[in-house]
Design a protein around this ligand. Structure first.
Ligand SMILES: O=C(O)C1=C[C@@H](OP(=O)(O)O)[C@@H](O)[C@H](O)C1
Ligand SMILES: C=C(OP(=O)(O)O)C(=O)O
Length: 435
């Protein structure tokens, strides 16, 4: 990964309509289900990010044919539940935890062996959370002390299990449900807190019988997926950077168009509302089973809060942006119950705490969160640790900082949000590549 550095300077007010790219979670899943369905699926709004392209490339190596009629579209020629073919190449998931963990579930049920590898960041992330329950289903998966690469041995006859993951994770749930398609009997997942349900809703749309309600999903192996077209909503997690930016920059008013509003994703809205934000949802409607709507966000003075614990799983990827809102808010914000942030693309508690401190913000790091004393953000030089969400968070911090913020190692923004810099500068950011 080449090193790309940015400088973000004070800017705004932010104005205009913003269409952020397609949802990453939905794009990964649409590729996977389209691949093992009978028939041809047309995906619209597909995220042209490095994470989702890595998943498409892997499925291509396993014999699935894709067409790209236009950027943001894929036509998937499904090979059927048992139509994937083994590849002698290692399968490179790049930076994508979602890609690797979901594919582990899918590949555990195949007749052939596979090796999943990832980049430096992904190679540090915990995989026992999926390999342990998959092995309980009968899979055989070698790891490097619980980390990638994953060496998945094919030909294991899987059997369904009932499983209660120790952490709330849509990736764990989805890996087990994908393996469950190939298992004898029923696979059931009961979560400690409900997580995003795209796997369940997409299985249903592809015609697989599944019984699910928030926090619980159960399916039986041995049915058939029938191709359907998928409309991918705009990614709430990408919209989050513009939501927070418009909240904190005086005079701002932006409209984020047709954003996915799955209730397991929108905890940031609840958190910002508690902090005094001015956010309205307009044109709310349903698209392909998902709630979507426009978000109209205006600047408002924010105040600190003790973040209610029940919001945490519903805003997991939005914490870096929330740290920036907290740094600008009047008073203290306390975040607890978010230890999962330590095992994302970087240790996001440490990355945000160090970066904000480098910009003069008072932050106490806690094992499962942070206490952030809001006020003013100064200029500084921070390291994103190759983490896309940290890089974009400091880009929004720069908008209100008293001097420019230099941000190191931003190339991975392309994993989830290609075109972020151009879109941001189009609505009032002053973000440039460092010479
Ligand atoms: O299932 C998914 O698509 C995702 C689930 C979440 O991870 P966990 O399952 O680890 O919480 C989230 O952080 C990730 O960006 C996408
Ligand atoms: C955690 C994330 O993704 P993944 O787990 O797929 O790498 C993210 O996009 O913030």
């Amino acid at each position: 990964m080449s090193r790309v550095d940015w400088v973000s300077a004070a800017g705004g007010p932010l104005r205009g309509e913003i269409a952020v790219p397609g949802d990453k979670s939905v794009s990964h899943r649409a590729l996977m289900f389209g691949a093992i369905a009978d028939g041809v699926s047309h995906i619209r709004g597909f995220l042209e990010g490095e994470d989702t392209r890595a998943t498409a490339a892997i499925l291509g190596k396993l014999g699935v044919r894709f067409e790209t009629p236009a950027p943001g579209e894929r036509i998937v020629h499904g090979v059927g539940l048992h139509g994937l073919r083994g590849s002698s190449d290692v399968l490179d998931c790049g930076n994508a935890g979602t890609g690797m963990r979901l594919l582990a579930g899918l590949l555990a049920g195949q007749a052939f062996d596979s090796i999943l590898v990832g980049d430096e960041s992904l190679s540090r992330r915990p995989m026992r959370r999926v390999t342990d329950p998959l092995e309980a289903m009968g899979a055989s998966i070698g790891t490097n002390d619980g980390k990638p690469p994953l060496r998945i041995r094919g030909g294991a006859g899987l059997k369904g299990i009932a499983y209660e993951p120790p952490v709330a994770s849509a990736q764990i749930k989805s890996a087990l449900l994908l393996a469950g398609l190939y298992a004898d009997g029923f696979t059931e997942v009961v979560e400690p807190h409900p997580t995003r349900d795209y796997t369940e809703s997409m299985l249903k749309a592809f015609g697989w019988p599944i019984d699910y309600s928030p926090g619980r999903a159960r399916l039986e192996g041995g049915h058939v997926l029938r191709a359907v077209d998928v409309d991918v909503p705009a990614d709430f997690s990408s919209a989050a950077f513009f939501i927070v930016a418009a909240c904190i920059v005086p005079g701002s008013e932006v409209r984020l168009k047709a954003v996915g509003l799955n209730p397991r994703r929108t905890g940031l809205l609840a958190a910002l509302e508690l902090m005094g934000a001015d956010i309205r949802v307009e044109n709310e409607r349903n698209s392909g089973g998902e709630d979507i709507g426009d978000l109209v966000v205006r600047h408002a003075p924010l105040h600190g809060v003790a973040l209610p614990l029940e919001i945490v799983p519903d805003m997991i990827d939005e914490f870096p942006a929330l740290f920036v809102a907290a740094a600008v808010a009047e008073g203290m914000t306390t975040i607890r119950g978010a230890a999962e942030l330590r095992v994302k693309e970087s240790d996001r508690i440490a990355s945000m705490a160090h970066g904000l401190k480098a910009c003069g913000v008072l932050v106490d790091e806690l094992p499962d969160g942070a206490i952030i004393r809001g006020g003013t953000i100064g200029g500084g030089s921070i390291d994103s640790h190759g983490d896309h969400r940290i890089a974009m968070s400091f880009a929004i911090a720069g908008l209100v900082a008293s001097a420019p913020i230099a941000i190191g190692d931003c190339a991975n923004v392309a994993t989830s949000f290609p075109g972020f810099m151009e879109l941001a500068n189009g609505v009032g950011f002053r973000l440039r590549s460092a010479a």
